[in-house]
Write a protein that binds this ligand. Structure first.
Ligand code: ADP
Ligand code: MG
Length: 569
């Protein structure tokens, strides 16, 4: 072997690997899912590139993964004839673990196995899961189209460093050899490997094969001839892309495993929606909602979007054109028959087909959430806690769907007087009395400030429910959502709170009487306060607090003013 080089892993790798092994140990067979999943991705990438350069197939277009083991050497080998990697790509992809945010990650670890394994899943340490069962991993790879002399070997014991060397590799693709730890020999077993593959990888798009030994012709129990079986590679998974199967043929377990393959998540999804559309537009979509927000949900630059296929050929990951940013947590697959096979990100930007598909996928995602909310109230509340803040970007980004997005919102309100955001606008409206035609809300810096605001006194007295808003984006959200179901949102802190028909005739008379009684007091107060205030008014809103400060109806609310000040405006 020539030109062997040693490279150090990024700083925390050793520690992270140890942790990963420890926390994923109870579910260690997932290493096979991760490695097979990578092989399938490599096949997808090659198939796509070969669309424009058929020579990349090197006369071998039957893409597959092969799985074998050697009992004596205690190794498992997973080899694919996918795209392969150049030496630079090997160093880039296998040399850095948890590419960014490793230190944040360490801060979040709790020592609780279940929680930590979920966190680890979010970091997508796919390839490194090999070290759960192996104490040494060797990768031999050669990029499709490169010369046989351009192969690369990568090897590591998963501690501080790895080595890279130039090798000869006749066939393109990647071969991963796991040198199993002494106590992991249960995987050196044909039946075990087959059952793990069919459990986790039935519906990846390429066949996973194992070698079947030759069986000579023999005699059955009744003396009949049992024909010989020739030795051959045999597919052990279904290898049909899951989204192409009929819904009725698929089990929940299969949907869940497929989700883990495409989303790099270790947890089950919360819900999913699978649709085949024929006619003017032809496409299949399979959308999933994750259970948990990724650690970088707030990084709007982060890649998101659907896995795009055209006529069952993989085109690209993270096609963000089909999902608006406020739904960036949605994962899934879109397979279109209407886009050209040579579609690129640039072309996607401005085709009419893209716009139609985006609108269709957005509607599907919103409908999926609406249905889920209806059926599973508690689980939906958990969803809201994870992703609600992102959904609140919806009305501004996607005004045409704002009514349906708003239906998904949950707020705190004076009905429950709890900080948990569990009240839907529909529930609020269902409790309104006949005379009420507006949705009242208050915004404040914190839930407690909202809840204890003197502005609520009169409304509480009259039994009118008020939404208690204290998230930073709420004010901005309502500036893009002036009404819901034909009912305007009214801030109880702004201007003259007009309770309209909610005030009785008697109350109105009483108000007029007070106006005259207090006129001279108001005049005096105005003089004393001078320029410090815009106006001084008599209010009907307070019952026990003597006075309060309000913003004028057309002025910025105090909340919004604070938000602007924070942003340095
Ligand atoms: P992910 O699959 O989420 O990208 P992994 O840790 O599983 O993360 O893999 C890291 C990267 O290594 C992949 O994105 C890919 O570029 C490369 N890789 C891994 N396995 C293979 C393979 N069998 N063939 C080609 N590239 C691979
Ligand atoms: Mg992977």
């Amino acid at each position: 072997m020539e030109k062997q080089q040693n490279h150090a892993f990024s700083a925390d790798t050793g520690k992270l690997l140890k942790l990963m092994i420890h926390s994923l140990y109870s579910n260690k067979e997932i290493f096979l899912r991760e490695l097979v999943s990578n092989a399938a991705d490599a096949a997808d990438k090659l198939r796509f590139k070969a669309l424009s350069d058929g020579s990349l197939f090197e006369n071998d277009a039957d893409l597959r993964v092969r799985l074998s083991f050697d009992e004596e050497a205690k190794t498992i080998t997973i080899s694919d004839n996918g795209i392969g990697m150049t030496q630079d790509e090997v160093i880039e992809h296998l040399g850095t673990i948890a590419k960014s945010g490793t230190s944040d990650f360490f801060e979040q670890l709790s020592g609780d196995q279940v929680k930590d394994s979920q966190l680890i899943g979010q970091f997508g340490v796919g390839f490194y899961s090999a070290f759960i069962v192996a104490d040494k991993v060797t990768v031999n790879t050669r990029k499709a189209g490169d010369d046989a002399s351009q192969g690369t070997m990568w090897e590591s014991t998963g501690e501080a460093d790895y080595t890279v060397a130039n090798i000869e590799k006749a066939d393109r693709g990647t071969e991963i050899i796991l040198h199993l730890r002494d106590d992991e020999t249960e995987f050196l077993n044909d039946y075990k490997l087959r059952s793990v593959v069919s459990k986790y990888s039935d519906h990846i798009s390429i066949p996973v094969q194992m070698f079947k030994e030759a069986v000579p012709e023999s005699e059955g129990p009744d003396g009949e001839k049992v024909p010989a079986v020739e030795a051959a590679w045999e597919s052990i998974n279904k290898a049909t892309a899951l989204w192409n199967c009929a819904k009725s043929d698929l089990k929940d377990e299969e949907y869940k495993e497929f989700y883990k393959h495409i989303a790099n998540d270790f947890e089950d999804p919360l819900t999913w929606s699978h649709n085949k559309v024929e006619g003017e537009q032809e496409y299949t979509s399979l959308l999933y909602i994750p259970k948990r927000a990724p650690y970088d949900l707030w990084n709007r630059e982060k890649a998101h979007g659907l896995k795009l296929y055209v006529q069952r050929v993989f085109i690209m990951d993270d096609a963000e054109q089909f999902m608006p940013t406020y739904l960036r947590f949605v994962k899934g697959v879109l397979d279109s028959n209407d886009l050209p096979l040579n579609v690129s990100r640039e072309i996607l930007q401005d085709t009419r087909v893209t716009a139609k598909l985006r609108s269709a996928c957005t509607k599907r995602a919103l409908t999926m959430l609406t249905k889920f909310a209806k059926k599973n109230e508690t689980e939906y509340n958990a969803f809201w806690n994870e992703f609600g803040q992102v959904l609140k970007e919806g009305p501004a980004e996607d005004p045409s769907n704002k009514e349906q997005i708003a239906k998904l919102f949950r707020f705190a309100s004076t009905e429950t007087d709890k900080a948990d955001q569990t009240v839907s606008l529909d529930a609020y409206i269902s409790r309104m009395n006949e005379e009420q035609d507006k949705i009242y809300y208050i915004t404040a810096d914190s839930f407690n400030a909202a809840k204890n605001s003197p502005h609520l006194e009169i409304l509480r007295k009259k039994g009118i429910e008020v939404l208690l808003l204290s998230d930073r984006v709420d004010e901005w959200l309502l500036s893009h959502l002036p009404e819901y179901d034909g009912k305007a949102f009214i801030s109880v802190t702004q201007g003259d709170l007009d309770l309209g028909k909610l005030d009785t005739e008697e109350e109105k008379k009483e108000q007029e009487k007070q106006e005259t009684e207090f006129a001279s007091f108001i005049e005096r107060t105005k003089k004393v306060l001078g320029d410090k205030v815009k106006d001084v008014r008599l209010t009907q809103r307070l019952t026990s607090t003597p006075s309060c400060i309000v913003a004028d109806s057309d002025d910025m609310s105090t909340q919004m003013a604070k938000l602007m000040a924070q942003m340095g405006q």
